[in-house]
Design a protein around this ligand. Structure first.
Ligand code: MN
Length: 485
């Protein structure tokens, strides 16, 4: 399990006697948070000098399991002592402004109590130095047992897990980007500098060797698993076996290269009889990130978001905005792809079917077909704007798929973008948003905002409060700000 360090600040002005009690308080708070957060909060001994502070941050930097640092000033901790530590801290930072006691003990309060419990001004001194040093950090304020406070810390912890995933992420591209497409392109060197993603290409022939070496018994075993987990809605077993072969080969290829995300392209399938469909859906279900048509940015984002969402209800998938429904009062977008939608966003037991593809000129591929989840969700994309990366996060309302679509042989989801279909799509297009996204019903915009802040990339949020004129000004201002950087 990942860890966050809980570092409590004080100083020697009030005598050493208070440190025992401070350590007891921070251990209790960290222990309480550990039970509610998707990481263990580890309380370090109270830090009271420049040397202790710097050493605590060095320890955080060097601990691979530590994804971030929470700081809290129990008493006043003069902030010049923190400058050296902050200069070397490489892990995400959360500044928690809280207080051990919820209530003022009215009848007993005296100056000793005040000197021991003074986060109200200790955390203000701390906030000055983090602002003065222009540090990336999240500020959370409120009583530590408050569910909204814990919720905000929880979002940050998941984002920190995502940031750690970014730092180690390797992505394999089978083939290049789809010819002539702009939005799936990007600077892979910038991506590795800014985001940590290592993106490298392999020829489809490299994969083919793995495909050839898959044994029939391995396929038999996987077919039994398919039969148990899904409804086999076809007699074309050979086409399903072909996808099972791809699944085993691709997973082996990814694992041997320590890669957690990949892309394919229907324009480069030499030696494969089918476009990988069911195989890709299965790998996404197992947690790998995927992007079609060589879209490595969405593939990596999908892996990172899946990692951030681990343990939460709901699903996360590669997605594409496909078709509109403009019925007045019941407007929506139908999202799908040629084949590759992750079954974690299915509302039902998926059916495995085999159908011809309209494009690509290959054999009919097996794929899972299902109706998607309903409820709240987000669509997210990352764009290369030339001089910077931009993340767009849109809140959406997923609608139950109630209409029969007997001739549509792919998994499908329906949703309404916020604030409404016309302004929501207009805002997305004004910001340059891609047709490929990562859709999640498990994560919220706060998770992604925290991640973008940690990565230091531009963020555009489109939600129920989006006003087109304000967004236009925001985009214009961002253009200038990012040119100044
Ligand atoms: Mn596509």
């Amino acid at each position: 399990m990942k860890k966050v360090y809980f570092i409590t600040g004080s100083q020697h002005l009030y005598g050493k006697d208070i440190f025992t009690e401070i350590n007891r308080h921070s251990a209790e708070i960290a222990n309480y948070l550990s039970g509610k957060l998707p990481a263990e909060a580890v309380a370090l001994p109270v830090v009271t000098t420049k040397e202790e502070i710097t050493n605590a941050f060095k320890a955080a930097n060097n601990d691979d399991d530590c994804v971030g640092v929470i700081t809290w000033m129990h008493t006043f901790s003069p902030s010049k002592m923190w400058i050296g530590g902050f200069k070397i801290l490489h892990k995400p930072l959360l500044q928690l402004n809280t207080q051990y006691n919820r209530d003022i003990p009215w009848s007993e309060i005296d100056m000793d109590f005040m000197n021991l419990n003074q986060s109200a001004h200790g955390d203000r001194e701390h906030g000055y130095i983090t602002s003065r040093m222009n540090l990336k950090r999240k500020v959370v304020a409120g009583f530590w047992q408050d569910s909204s406070v814990i919720g905000q810390i929880g979002c940050w912890v998941r984002a920190a897990v995502g940031k750690a995933e970014c730092d180690n992420l390797k992505l394999i591209r089978f083939g290049d980007n789809m010819r002539n497409v702009a939005v799936t392109e990007g600077d892979k060197v910038s991506a590795e500098i800014e985001l940590g993603w290592s993106v490298n290409g392999f020829g489809i022939g490299d994969l083919l060797e793995y495909v050839k070496n898959v044994r029939e018994e391995e396929i038999d075993k996987l077919m039994a698993e398919y039969k148990e987990k899904y409804i086999i809605n076809t007699t074309r077993t050979d086409a399903i076996r072909e996808q099972a072969r791809y699944e085993i080969a691709m997973e082996r290829f990814l694992d041997e290269n320590n890669a957690k995300a990949f892309t394919t392209t229907f324009e480069d399938l030499h030696g494969l009889n089918q476009l990988p469909g069911l195989a890709v859906q299965r790998l996404m279900e197992k947690g790998y990130g995927f992007g079609a048509e060589g879209d490595w940015k969405t593939a990596a984002l999908t892996r990172v978001m899946k990692r951030m969402a681990e343990g939460l209800e709901g699903g996360t998938s590669f997605m594409e905005d496909y078709t509109y429904h403009y019925e007045p009062g019941n407007e929506m977008i139908l999202g799908a792809h040629m084949l590759e939608v992750c079954p974690t966003v299915s509302a039902e037991k998926p059916k495995i079917e085999v159908h011809d593809l309209g494009i690509g000129g290959k054999s009919a591929p097996a794929r899972m077909v299902f109706n998607g989840l309903s409820g709240d969700g987000i669509c997210v994309c990352i764009l290369d704007m030339g001089n910077r990366l931009r993340m767009i996060i849109q809140e959406i309302k997923l609608l139950p798929v109630s209409n029969e679509m007997p001739n549509l042989p792919v998994a499908r989801l329906l949703w309404r973008p916020m604030p409404n279909i016309n302004d929501g799509t207009k805002a997305w297009i004004m910001a340059g948003g891609a047709h490929h996204t990562c859709l999640s019903t498990a994560l919220t915009k706060e998770h992604l905002i925290d991640l973008a802040d940690m990565l230091g990339i531009e963020t555009v949020v489109i939600d129920k409060n989006t006003d087109i004129y304000s967004l236009k000004k925001e985009l214009q201002l961002n253009e200038v700000l990012w040119r100044l950087k």
